[in-house]
Ligand binder design. Sequence first.
Ligand code: SGN
Ligand code: CA
Length: 509
Amino acid sequence: MCFFVGCEKAEKQPNIVFIMSDDHAVSAVSAYQDWLAELAPTPNIDRIAQEGMLMHATYNTNSICGPSRAAILTGKYSHINGFFKNEKGGDFDASQQTFPKLLQKAGYQTAVIGKWHLGTAPTGFDYSKVMVNHGGQGTYFDTVFVENGNDTILETERHSTAQVAHDALKWLTKKRDKSKPFMLMYQFKAPHRPWTPNPKFQDLYTEDFPHHETFNDTYEGREAASQNMLEIENHMNRRDLKIPPPPGLKPWQEGKYYRYGNNGEFWTPNDTLQGAALKNWKYQRYIKDYLRCVAGVDEAVGQMLDFLKENGLDENTIVVYTSDQGFYLGEHGWFDKRWMYEPSFRMPFMIKYPKKIKAGTQNKELLLNIDFAPTLLDLAGAEIPNDIQGDSFKPQLFGENYQGRDAVYYHYYEYPYWHNVQPHYGVSTGKYKLIHYYYDMDEWELFDLVEDKNEMHNLYGKTGYEEITATLKQKIKALQVQYKDDMSLDEMRLMTDMVVERVYSENTN
Ligand code: SGN
Ligand code: CA
């Protein structure tokens, strides 16, 4: 029973818990039954899919952290929302329209807790507690947060994942206004580099992991890929691999020691370890720590789901699980993201809403991260402003008729730091993908995603593919016009070249 004005609305509007981890690959979410599913299960995250819908083809518009987060908040591509790279791309324009602001207007109480990485303090939130140290990345231990844009808090008691879980449950229990529907963004740093797990998971995964079938890719026919600097073999540093420095180093020397390896400097922890054995050793250190970080996230997701159930909130609460982008877990021999290739282009996405979404359903339509904002607004019964570029996929969630898109458009800008990934744009229809690397090369790649799911064979320029190439080029042009990304290559290059320091800066050694 409810006696307050507006209460009827509050009862009808669903609560929303938007859970987002950082760099969590589709292959490391067991609900997808991908190549790591049996070896590294994520039972709690999978509960969301079991109780709701699992999306198989959700893609990113620009596969790095800040840009993806900005696209999610605004429902707009990077060149429209203005946050298109992390490195010297300035800060997020916090005065612009975002879906949390629109939900506030629709009567919601909003909060963001955890990773943010957009420079400017969060706007559109009744409560915020976000990581600010390490350039806004946050750290796994001794994480520094800013609460409500004002108070700086150094947390020393817990691993960052456990801290975010603790703070989120505290907000839900003690701080929120229970007369209003809520929208909570529950966002982890894990499993981001340097993949430092909570010590309680340190003994998980004693057995070695297999390699992905593309682990020893030589990038033949893919010029841009051959120039990468994100190889497990050649670009992992001592911090990544948890090699302790010798005693007595000054802080700057320690920073230099840890960064060693970033630029291809050769080193081995012991001289007998070389070649393929050394590459495998690095991979095992990496994949185990990464998956231990994922285990921490999975535990924190379970705590949230249990909390909602125990407090009678689960029926009318929408729960989303996603990651800001995908990641390489040894596919093509890599770590990191950025490329329009599937492991980094694709994002995990699942959503439950027991009242309205049928449990255990699956969806294979092409979705984008710019669709999240309009979809959540739609589910909340709020209006979707015309300038939002994404589309609501609420009809699909509810099993209604839906005219899906036939292609997804992508554009990546940051170069050369980090990892030397050539700026590129492209289009994917789910069957074919065409990519143009344009910054200081003019290279195209065409893949048949059905015949060549690992994107190893560049078909661009090959006999028999002229027609599909022409069609996809036209599709790129049409989508560039539709999304207002139809500037010249020189103008695109200027975006890569732009140097705007971030407001919040610190020595990250
Ligand atoms: C850091 C990492 C890079 C990573 C970027 C972007 N280096 O700079 O490897 O690509 O973040 O990641 S580190 O030595 O600082 O870990 S993102 O998720 O924020 O986009
Ligand atoms: Ca990320």
